[in-house]
Write a new protein. Sequence first.
Length: 264
Amino acid sequence: MPVEEFVAGWISGAVGLVLGHPFDTVKLLGFFKGMSFPIASIAVVNSVLFGVYSNTLLLLTATSHQERRLQTPSYMHIFLAGCTGGFLQAYCLAPFDLIKVRLQNQTEPRAQLGSPRPRYLGPMHCAASIFREEGPRGLFRGAWTLTLRDTPTVGIYFITYEGLCHQYTPEGQNPSSATVLVAGGFAGIASWVAATPLDVIKSRMQMDGLRRKVYRGVLDCMVSSVRQEGLGVFFRGLTINSARAFPVNAVTFLSYEYLLRWWG
Ligand SMILES: C[N+](C)(C)CCCC[C@H](N)C(=O)O
């Protein structure tokens, strides 16, 4: 099993992440709150995303990353491999994403003398508290919605990337850096536009049960969100998600391609 893709996925994900983190947090308070933790978690998550994608394509088309430039796989295969990558990465991402959402939604100041103690003191404390208060399954709260969000949208992510690269690259050549940056950026935007409605629902499911349980399930969460806030609720954060997605995924794909070429 080619492991380079896993390693390249990890490193490129970390590069993209540093760039994207302020966008992630600006929706809330505190700019670089919780930076070190996502850096560690991206090692697992992005390497699963790219590693599973590439190895699924290898299974489906019997071509390696380099050979695929000469023999472009069908969009169906690219989509299926993307969905497989998205499905598996969602499960790895679930506990990390839950902790991120819980910490970012916590707006009490850091522990200070005289002020009330925040519920979670940091990522490890947050993980331990969830485990204690909500059980081991609590760490996977919202995982199902995350899977629904990521399975098709990672398919869209890779279709957009490969499609744009193919469009602007002469037959049999590697895409130029500019092409990779633009294709990666638009792949990020396309997948985030598609992912935003379920991203809103996912975060609500992850915050549910903290004080008392409000939703009976994903569908119930969707229906009551629309009832209370209208259809616009599904587009919450769309602009910031897209603004973040372009630079993050442009550099993610650029470093991924370069690492693979360098090792290849
Ligand atoms: C599927 N979905 C759109 C959610 C994410 C796909 C892109 C993954 C990238 N690490 C990022 O954070 O932008």
